[in-house]
Design a protein around this ligand. Sequence first.
Ligand code: SAH
Ligand code: SF4
Ligand code: F3S
Length: 442
Amino acid sequence: MAGGSDKTFYLETFGCQMNVHDSEKVIGTLISQGYRQVATVEEAGLILYNTCSIRDKAEQKVFHRLADYKKLQAEGKKFAVLGCVAQQEGEKIFERAPHVSIVCGSASYRNLPEMLVQIEAGKSRVTGLDDRQTDECFETEFTARTNPHRGYITIIEGCDKFCAYCVVPFTRGKERSRTSESVLAEARRMAELGYTEIQLLGQNVNSYQDPLGKKSFAELLSAVGALPGIKRVRFTSSHPRDFGRDIVEAIESEASLCNHVHLPVQSGSTRVLYAMQRLYTRDEYLERVVWMKAAQREISITTDIIVGFPGETETDFEETLWLLDEVEYDGVFSFKYSPRPNTPALKYPDAIPDGEKSRRLAVLQEKQREIQRRRYQRHVGEVMEVMVEGKNEARGQWIGRTSDNKVLNFTASEARQPVPGSYRAITVTGSFPNSLVGEMVI
Ligand code: SAH
Ligand code: SF4
Ligand code: F3S
């Protein structure tokens, strides 16, 4: 093969964990094709952006990057747009940014090697776009995982829920699950390589349907958790409609399943949930929260919320605020509603002015900050186990993460410095709304 090492690429990822993990697979695939990853745009022959389209701001980022680096085309550099904006905009990207050579959505990554060969052979433009017919998952033995202790495994791709505000069903294709056998085989391989934490991924990870009908989602969780060497299993995101009690029971009975559930609610108003086509009511959501609160092991709950959905009244918004009090989340990702292409909500009347959306967002975030201040403070005095993630040299503190997904920064005596990837018991000595501080016990 001619000079494999001078085929260089730079890849930047935007968006969710699914995208981060897709990038690990794309990187592995490119390396297997003789490419070498470099750290800057300047060093690279091929520049790839794995894009996100969830809100308008996310989508604009890639076009800013493409505009910033347009001049580099003169040096013979090639540009590729992957991911959700690629799928959403398709060939329109070539019109807006004529220096782009590859446009490829996530359901077509299997074809990337072939597409690269065409570009190397001199073809100026290639596309890989999904028509929502794809029923394969992007599985590859080449995944280039960046963290040696914690790794992602995609178990389900795409989404069939079609919430009224969301682009994902259009950008990631139809819902398709991997067999539990292939998920377990990958998890086993990772355990053998020394990974101790596995994060199962999917847009709606708990809508998982084993194509061979062998395991339910809860059974798959338990099976991954029972593998020798696996100390922690996480999963995200869960859709409330498909969130069964068996998931709570699995967490109760398998200590390696982390006691944290991310259960996006979006709104506390049944009326708004209906308009969003979320497929559950406020009460049905709260029923799931009650299951988790009744568990033998305390389960930390986090969520996503959208404020200012078209037609959201002040009363609807207050219902969301009350829900915060009722659930007492340990974390909330909150967003202003952003109108998205192809989605039904785009045509809904009664848009909320941006200023009002910002006000609601600020009110909600302030309230949640107070709730978290209390929630985090409860841990002071407790001994919690963390996986050591690294060190903040400037502050002389180690960074750890608890099973319930909280960041715990801690100090350790000079004589007993921990190693990243190890598990340590930490006494919590202080708290903030988003992190804990402590001292290593042993
Ligand atoms: N599949 C997950 C969510 C994936 S998108 C689920 O259904 O829960 C991550 C979050 O982005 C969503 O939970 C939602 O809160 C937010 N989001 C999605 N579309 C949005 C939009 N058009 N405007 C603002 N926020 C949005
Ligand atoms: Fe989007 Fe709804 Fe699917 Fe989540 S469930 S990815 S919010 S359409
Ligand atoms: Fe963004 Fe696509 Fe993920 S739109 S949030 S990168 S699924």
